[in-house]
Design a protein. Structure first.
Length: 495
């Protein structure tokens, strides 16, 4: 049966039709939900009137992204399923964010979550937190954009530079017009698209593996590709259950509790309780998508094992887009390409701009201007940050393991940011003068350790870096700051 599968190059009319219809529908959603943006509250929070189920699906779409769709199958193809250990930590982190972080953000009616740091400590800590977010999100999102453009370039046969330019323009146009309501509603649509594409591709692979699903499980298991839990303890191995659990928990707290791009989705619903239910629900909605694309990676391994005559890509990070271009028939090619395109358009431009306007421009550059002025600056900011992301994406081309690289970058700057948030949430210390040096020391130590790991100077799994950065920042700031009775809430929490 497999002998009839040949290499199929290029996209057919059906593929173009699927991709075109998907993108057109995305822009229709942008028009419908973005045509009445009256002020920055609408542009960044959607007036807090987004339905919880829509916010939940959008949150999942933002979490998954094109980086997951492209990199998770490659990870499963080359390694195993131990990444699922990371998801256990992410699930626990969501619960902590629901009951510790979200009440504080609603208490202070935050547009940008770094406004919490201003209320709790002072403006200097807010600016430092926003700056750390900018660095973290710009680099990590540049990696995401690269993953998207690399995959699309492989499928379409386009050069990387042209692909990055195209997606940058499309993302700027989409978000600058629609604001967060367009992003959230489009994200819900994207999440469904990701799931359908993964199911269809998995079904195709199973139907073209000799022996079907049973043979795939047997072959994958014998090759160690289904290894999931690794219950040994050691600081050297980054793939143990405890290392992935710790990394998942702390990265989850950073991503879901201190990252404006993710938290912004949770703040678009009306009440604190709805926001809490939303993030808890994402435990059940995100896990199947991760599992599905891990399964696709294992099925790809079995498929190519049974078909050794089929060519493989020069770089294994391209295995899924290579398979899409070389093997998938018309229709399925367009479905996969559409999923990748959908994942790229839901970009971080809105969150980067909201943090810039709320945390820097409004308080430091232009106070007391009209909402019309701030809305204009927000749209200009979307374009500016889009160009910066394009430059970072192009610089990421030499990276091989792009998923690990994204998490490693997050570990260096995310730990210090999390440390200062936890200090504000868990203690009564007021340490505004000490917070910034503590964050810089935490990030510096993590950067040095990362370089030593890459240089094989120390035997330490990179998954422990975010734990170290959080502990250093929290400890230094706590020791240097006096006790503080806590600020009075400016607004009441809406239950």
């Amino acid at each position: 049966m497999n002998s009839v599968i040949g290499e199929i190059s290029g996209l057919g009319v059906l593929d173009w039709g699927i991709v075109g219809a998907a993108v057109v529908l995305l822009f229709v959603i942008s028009y419908i939900f973005g045509r009445e943006e009256r002020d920055t509250n609408d542009f960044f929070l959607g007036g807090r009137h987004v339905p919880a189920v829509v916010a939940c699906l959008s949150f999942v779409a933002t979490e998954i992204s094109a980086l997951t769709i492209v990199s998770i199958p490659a990870k499963a193809y080359e390694e195993n399923w131990r990444f699922l250990q990371f998801l256990v930590g992410l699930a626990v982190a969501r619960l902590v964010v629901a009951f510790l972080f979200i009440p504080a953000f609603y208490k202070y009616n935050c547009t940008s979550i770094y406004e919490f740091l201003r209320h709790r400590f002072g403006p200097a800590t807010q600016y430092a937190g926003s700056a750390f977010f900018f660095v973290t999100r710009l680099i990590a999102s540049g990696v995401r954009l690269y993953a998207t453009c690399m995959a699309v370039g492989v499928i379409m046969g386009w050069p990387l530079t042209a692909t990055i330019a195209l997606f940058t323009v499309v993302s700027i146009a989409f978000i600058a017009f629609g604001g967060i309501k367009a992003v959230v509603w489009a994200g819900a649509y994207e999440a469904v698209f990701f799931l359908v594409a993964g199911i269809v591709v998995a079904g195709f692979l199973i139907s073209h593996i000799d022996g079907g699903l049973a043979a795939a499980i047997k072959t994958g298991g014998e090759a160690g590709r289904l290894s999931t839990f690794h219950f040994t303890f050691g600081l050297k191995d980054a793939s143990t259950f405890w290392a992935w659990l710790a990394a998942g928990f702390f990265i989850g707290l950073v991503s879901f509790g201190t990252d404006q791009e993710m938290v912004q989705r949770l703040l678009t619903v009306e009440t604190r309780k709805s926001s809490q239910k939303t993030i808890i629900a994402t435990i059940l909605t995100a896990l199947p998508v991760y599992w599905l694309y891990l399964a696709v990676g294992t099925l790809l391994f079995v498929f190519y094992s049974q078909n050794p005559s089929l060519p493989l890509p020069d770089k294994m990070k391209e295995i899924f887009p290579h398979f899409t271009r070389a093997v998938l028939p018309a229709g399925l090619k367009g479905l996969v390409l559409g999923a990748i395109v959908m994942a790229s358009i839901d970009s971080p431009l809105s969150s980067l701009t909201s943090s810039f306007v709320s945390d820097f421009y409004r308080p430091l550059i232009r106070r007391g201007a009209s909402e019309r002025h701030y809305l204009l600056v927000s749209r200009i900011g979307v374009a500016g940050f889009g160009l910066v992301l394009a430059a970072i994406a192009f610089a990421c081309a030499p990276v091989e393991k792009i998923l690990d690289f994204a998490f490693q970058i997050l570990s260096i700057t995310g730990g210090p940011l999390l440390g200062v948030f936890l200090l504000g949430l868990l203690t009564r210390r007021r340490c505004n003068p000490a917070n910034i040096p503590a964050m810089l020391v935490g990030a510096g130590v993590c950067l040095v350790l990362m370089l030593m790991i890459y240089g094989k100077m120390i035997a330490l799994g990179w998954t422990w870096l975010i734990v170290i950065g959080t502990a250093i920042t929290f400890g230094l700031a706590y020791l240097c700051g006096p006790a503080y009775p806590g600020p009075k809430a400016e607004t009441e929490i809406k239950e």
